[in-house]
Design a protein around this ligand. Structure first.
Ligand SMILES: [Zn+2]
Ligand SMILES: [Zn+2]
Length: 317
């Protein structure tokens, strides 16, 4: 016997949809895959239907954010003595390490990058730039993580390389979402560093590379608003670890090793514009579904997906 989670009617376990209201039945046998491990297991009509019919409630979304915060909380609680003894940069690095790998590079002009659960930063940077870069790249990770956890919740599946690949595909294939992700990362970074050191460099670069400021102004505005709305959630998560004491210490680091004077131009790019939680969840829901439609239509998507999947496979194993 399976109870419909929408109308409560008892259904035969053979039913996939509720005989009363047609809602999809959340029974375990239906989700016989507790891990989705390939393109085909993810990109199909059944999954799209489950997704379509199960938008997350605000409460469910709050649970997901709490779970994401808990991942770091558990890690940091276990190492709390070490955390206390670390420098400010060391603390920020430990927070990042509770979610992703942190590796150093010594070449190239990028300050840092994020891919496949790995944050890469340039070891030639000084502490204050390392701090802001780690927070920036960690935000890219958490942005993906939120979407991934939503899918895990809706599909009732565990994390897998293929699922991570799907999220990267979905968020990476659409330049508007790439822009939103970038805005989000700059906003979260800006929250934790002193006033006047905010920098929207890669957001501005993306706009000049892929958008027309006039023609695309509406879509840019959407990306900014979405990025800002998700930044709000990520800031709440990180404030649990980057406490007011740590934020105070970050200011000291900037005072000590930043020769450059603050510059107040970039702060003008900060925005108060946000979606309500309900609007935000609607947009995120559509985004999650869009990946399946795009992947199903575009023959190149299988190849792109494969590249992502291999990337995750290498980095997760
Ligand atoms: Zn029902
Ligand atoms: Zn970025």
């Amino acid at each position: 016997m399976v109870f419909c989670s929408k109308c409560g009617k008892k259904n035969s376990p053979d039913n996939i949809y509720c005989s009363e209201c047609d809602f999809i039945l959340m029974k375990n046998e239906y989700f016989n895959l507790d891990k989705l491990e390939s393109f085909n297991e993810i990109v199909n009509e059944d999954n799209l239907k489950v997704l379509e019919e199960n938008p997350l409630s605000e409460m469910e979304y709050a649970i997901i954010l709490k779970n994401i915060a808990r991942m770091a909380r558990e890690y940091l609680d276990e190492l709390s003595d070490e955390f206390k003894s670390r420098s400010t940069l060391g603390k920020i690095k430990m927070i990042a390490l509770s979610y992703a790998d942190v590796t150093y590079k010594s070449k190239g002009s990028e300050l840092g990058s994020y891919s496949y659960n790995r944050i890469e930063i340039d070891d030639r940077l000084n502490d204050c730039d390392l701090i802001s870069t780690i927070i920036h790249e960690l935000t890219h990770h958490l942005f993906n993580e939120i979407f991934e956890q939503m899918l895990m919740y809706i599909w009732e599946v565990e994390k897998s390389d293929a699922l991570e690949a799907y999220v990267s595909f979905t968020l990476g294939i659409n330049p508007v979402l790439v822009l939103a992700n970038e805005y989000c990362a700059h906003t979260v970074e800006g929250r934790f560093i002193p006033y006047g050191y905010q920098n929207y460099g890669s957001f501005n670069n993306l706009i000049s590379e892929s958008f027309d400021l006039k023609k695309d102004s509406e879509i840019i505005y959407f990306a900014l608003k979405l990025g800002n709305s998700i930044a709000y959630d990520i800031i709440r998560i990180l404030e649990g670890f980057v406490t007011s004491q740590v934020r105070h210490d970050i200011k000291e680091v900037f005072k000590n090793d930043y020769a450059k004077a603050p510059d107040y131009d970039a702060i003008l790019l900060e925005s108060e514009e946000m979606f309500s939680t309900e609007e935000k969840l609607n947009h995120m829901h559509v985004i999650l579904m869009s990946g399946i439609s795009i992947a199903g239509e575009d023959i190149n998507s299988r190849e792109i997906f494969k590249v992502f999947e291999e990337g995750y496979h290498k980095s997760n194993n």
